[in-house]
Design a protein. Structure first.
Lengths: 249, 193
């Protein structure tokens, strides 16, 4: 199966999987802001050439010591349920994605963001900024300590509430793998009413945005824990590896 | 070891929402190269919605080769090559501000070979994130002073000729400017990556 692929230029590039039916349609009118912002013309297929199969490899030089512990970034501790959020970053072939930057942001325990535009009457917490960064280890693992964010109201429709969530941003190792998403919590009654979560139409895919309560990782008399694995697009060929290995099915 | 052909399901995208700036703002974001790099250019742009309103709560990211057309990245089969330019990062990030504009300090990238034996004209890959975008949208910035290279670029040539101009920046006194129209008249060409 390892065919020697000849290209006119002799350049052999990995080809990344093209997601089908996973990501939301850009125009999803129940999320009102999409109506004037989603492109109306069909997207043009971009081949996976050099600019696409490479990407910024941003690592530990961007991280300081308390960046992965959102409860230790101020003089005092933030109010709320202390939690550990951890998991692995993998590609769809199951390979870990090591040394990749993860950025998160979230509301505080009362559902308020430390942002000028957020002015609903949930109290700010002087001990919580809600921003975290870390880099995956050699096995693609990451870990944050934070407080569980509260739900918050928004103006999408009458009495709209966002379920509790944490925003995640990831680079992977290629431009094609860039992903921004949101992690949700299990057993949240607001999921079914959330115009953003339900824009992921496929139920299995939607469930991949919901973290798992992880009793094993909880810390006695300290913190609850949730596990959230993130899967980025895989590629069919990594030209560097695979001498001829015959594992005929 | 047999590798199962069963793939893991991908994690779906969700919007950055209106509060992205708390999580994604980098003080050095706009600097693809250090500010005092000789020959650096300023790439500016503005983002508009379908009614021509400025998008003031978005984020623009750029990714590009260095001036020699190289990447410090092991997946480039020509080899990972550290740029000759000290401090070259290849990556830029800038929030859109109150007038919908962003700015990136960079250098013009070199042309790139493709597997098909073509040559891509110098370009930046540009991602736009914003409230109301459930996934990033991706476009490219090409340079107006590269007419010959642009005419041979396979990606530009795959775009409807009437819409190609949306991918070509305008020259300014200190660099280039690109208007990004998410929707409607003169809608920017966006790519399926
Ligand atoms: Fe949010």
């Amino acid at each position: 199966m390892t065919e020697s692929v000849r290209t006119p230029s002799g350049l052999l590039l990995p080809r990344y999987e093209r997601p089908l039916g996973v990501h939301p349609e850009l125009l999803s009118p129940e999320y009102r802001s999409t109506v004037l912002r989603a492109p109306s013309k069909p997207l043009v297929l971009l081949p996976h050439n050099l600019t696409e199969i490479t990407g910024p490899l941003l690592g530990s030089d961007r991280i300081s010591e308390t960046d992965n512990d959102l409860t230790r970034q101020h003089d005092g501790e933030p109010v709320g349920q202390r939690i550990i959020v951890h998991g692995r970053v993998l590609d769809s072939d199951g390979r870990p994605v090591p040394d990749t930057l993860l950025e998160i942001w979230q509301a505080n325990a009362s559902g308020r963001y430390k942002h000028v535009v957020d002015d609903w009457p949930g109290p700010l917490d002087p001990n919580f900024t809600g921003v975290g960064r870390t880099v995956t280890d050699s096995l693609g693992r990451y870990r944050f300590t934070t407080v569980r964010p509260g739900a918050y109201p928004w103006k999408n429709h009458h009495n709209a509430w966002r379920p509790a969530h944490i925003h995640f941003s990831l680079f992977g190792r290629a431009f094609t793998q860039r992903l921004v998403t949101q992690m949700y919590f299990p057993d949240d009654p607001l999921h079914q009413y959330d115009p953003m979560l339900i824009t992921v139409r496929d139920e299995k895919a939607r469930n991949r945005l919901i973290s798992r309560f992880d009793m094993e990782t909880t810390e006695p008399e300290w913190a609850l824990a949730y596990e959230f694995d993130i899967v980025l697009r895989g590629s069919d060929a990594t030209p560097m590896e695979d001498p001829h290995d015959d594992d005929d099915e | 070891m047999t590798t199962t052909s069963e793939r893991l399901g991908l994690t779906p995208s969700q919007t950055v929402g209106p509060y992205l700036s708390i999580g994604l703002t980098w003080e050095d974001g706009p600097y693809v190269v250090p500010e005092d790099t000789p020959g650096s250019i300023l790439v500016t742009g503005r983002v508009y919605d379908g009614q021509g309103q400025l998008v003031t709560d978005g984020l623009v990211e750029t990714w590009q080769a260095d001036p020699d057309g190289r990447f410090a990245h092991a997946d480039d089969p020509r080899g990972a090559v550290e740029s000759q330019l000290p401090g070259f990062r290849g990556f830029g990030r800038c929030n859109t501000d109150a007038d919908g504009s962003f700015r990136i300090v960079t250098v013009k990238p070199g042309p790139l070979p493709t597997p098909d034996g073509d040559t891509e004209a110098p370009h930046l890959n540009v991602s736009v994130f914003a409230r109301g975008l459930l996934d990033r949208v991706v476009t490219r910035l090409y340079f107006p002073d590269e007419a010959e290279a642009n005419a041979a670029d396979p990606v530009l040539n795959a775009v409807d000729p009437d819409r190609r101009a949306t991918l070509i920046a305008e020259a300014t006194p200190d660099g280039y400017h690109l208007e990004i129209r998410l929707q409607g008249e003169n809608e920017t060409v966006f790519f399926d990556v």
